[in-house]
Write a protein that binds this ligand. Structure first.
Ligand SMILES: C[S@@+](CC[C@H](N)C(=O)[O-])C[C@H]1O[C@@H](n2cnc3c(N)ncnc32)[C@H](O)[C@@H]1O
Length: 222
């Protein structure tokens, strides 16, 4: 393994508010399930997730914009979350955390209604039909999100992939979701705000290539 990666893994072990559960949590509940607010953030403020967060730009950006909410960036790759984790440690951002985990296991990590909203930022589009079940907006994932979200909690998706956007919209409709915002060209159709204006590493790359950004915001009826 590359030296730099090993160094990052070692750094993560030392950092505050970084969680790297052993794989055992896949079979049983993670010890923080239902206790994230009280034990990690020391409050009952809403908890927002960023899934497949990479370097965690939404996690860090939102935590600065909303000091009265808590944010957890989740990605399966430790070397990626290192960037965001380093920032929140250096800047002592107390309302943000990072976790190295597979989103398949969210139901073991968070309790019913423990989460106030979810951001999915530029997930792998998984275009092959055989990979459909791995798309982060596949029905099995939407069902999982619905369980851990509070009533009316939103799922936000940003993607450069029009096929993934269309697929996600279809899955959302079939799941009975309310579609709050749905656009295949975010910056041409919406007046953006400080939240939508946060740009991840992948978003910056896609915009520099002239790609359009699709955006979807959904929730489920109470
Ligand atoms: C295309 S990158 C986007 C990263 C970041 N959100 C951005 O916009 O710059 C997709 C990320 O999703 C993560 N990922 C893919 N499948 C995952 C899974 N099942 N569980 C957790 N993370 C996953 C990858 O490790 C990768 O960092």
């Amino acid at each position: 393994m590359a030296k730099n990666k090993l160094k990052r893994f070692a750094d993560l072990e030392e950092m505050q508010r970084v969680f790297q559960p052993a794989s055992a949590y896949a079979d049983r509940d993670y010890h923080l399930k239902g206790k994230w607010g009280a034990e990690i953030f020391g409050n009952n403020n809403p908890i927002v997730l960023e899934l497949g967060c990479g370097k965690g730009e939404y996690t860090v950006g939102l935590s600065r914009l909303f000091p009265n909410q808590n944010f957890i960036g989740i990605d399966r790759k430790g070397a990626r979350i290192w960037r965001g984790a380093k920032t929140i440690n250096e800047e002592q951002v107390m309302n943000a955390a990072f976790m190295r985990a597979q989103i398949q296991h969210l139901g073991s990590i968070f309790d019913h209604r423990e989460i106030s909203s979810i951001w999915i930022t530029f997930p792998d589009p998984q275009p092959q039909k055989t990979r459909e079940k791995s798309r982060m907006t596949a029905p099995r994932f939407l069902e999982m999100y619905r369980k851990i979200l509070v009533s009316g909690g939103r799922v936000h998706l940003k993607t450069d992939s029009f096929p993934l956007y269309e697929y996600s919209l279809q899955c959302a409709k079939e799941s009975g979701a309310i579609i709050h915002v749905s656009t295949s060209d975010l910056y041409a159709t919406l007046d953006t705000d400080a939240v939508l204006d946060i740009k991840t590493t992948y978003e910056k790359r896609f915009l520099s290539e002239g790609l359009k950004i699709c955006y979807l915001s959904i929730s489920w009826p109470l």
